[in-house]
Write a protein that binds this ligand. Structure first.
Ligand code: ADP
Ligand code: NI
Length: 227
């Protein structure tokens, strides 16, 4: 099994080389590492399935613009039972935020672990950097004082990269500040809480430096609502 994981690691490394959409290999490595840490604390999941799905989880992400079968095609070269391949692909398929939302219902512990490992990397200092990187890549502004986040953001709207409400700062309200409540494992929840608090500190400082007092109020009211 270790050989297969090693081979998959190299495949993902090569595949995510040169990516600037927030899915570079550093992200994959961090999710793989988060997954290992969560596995150490949550014994009731199959480590092989979790590790393989961590390495392959963003191969066919819709932002990568593949035909959706790259991970499957690779897995079929590995001499694994069909059932294992299906399990890995189902684990990956279950976890996207745009599909499962902020209150996901997962079928298996492997899905819960992978979801937590991936979500942790959208939070905290790294999460802030990835958001700015993604937004810059898509030519969204960093911040616009006059454009507040969308009130009732549907899944379709969330995915629409052309909407005017897409700014780096609005992404915190659209997604990042909701993520801690989507965590599934006790160890994941604990770490998410720390990273959540760090983002709140960042936003407060940002709004202070920007002299955006209305936004400080907006943040306070938002936090009251989600807590
Ligand atoms: P993941 O790889 O964690 O599943 P996504 O594919 O949803 O995450 O997005 C990659 C990174 O870009 C994440 O850190 C996410 O928070 C960020 N991101 C996604 N959508 C936006 C957006 N509309 N504006 C700014 N950042 C975004
Ligand atoms: Ni990811």
């Amino acid at each position: 099994m270790e050989k297969i994981i090693e081979k998959t690691y190299q495949f993902a490394q090569h595949y995510h080389e040169n990516d600037t959409s927030g899915h570079d290999f550093e992200h994959i490595k961090r999710v793989f590492y988060n997954a290992q840490k969560l596995l150490d604390k949550t014994q009731k999941a199959d480590p092989f399935i979790v590790k393989m799905s961590a390495l392959l989880h963003d191969i066919d992400d819709h932002k990568m613009k593949t035909d959706g079968t790259v991970a499957k095609t690779f897995l079929q070269t590995l001499d694994l039972p069909d059932q294992t391949i299906t399990q890995i692909l189902q684990t990956i398929d279950a976890i996207s935020f745009s599909k499962s939302g902020s209150k996901p219902h997962f079928q298996t512990n492997e899905q819960k672990l992978l979801s937590d490992a991936d979500k942790l990397d959208a939070l905290g200092a790294i999460g802030i950097c990835r958001t700015i990187q993604f937004a810059t890549q898509n030519k969204f502004p960093l911040f616009d004082e006059t454009i507040f986040p969308e009130q009732n953001l549907t899944r379709e709207k969330y995915k629409d990269l052309t909407r005017k409400t897409n700014t780096s700062i609005n992404h915190f309200f659209d997604k990042l500040l909701k993520l801690h409540s989507a965590m599934q494992t006790p160890a994941g929840k604990k770490e998410a809480q720390k990273r959540h608090q760090f983002m709140i500190l960042f936003l407060k400082q940002f709004f202070m430096e920007q002299n955006a007092l209305e936004w400080l109020n907006y943040l306070d009211r938002y936090l009251e609502k989600i807590n």
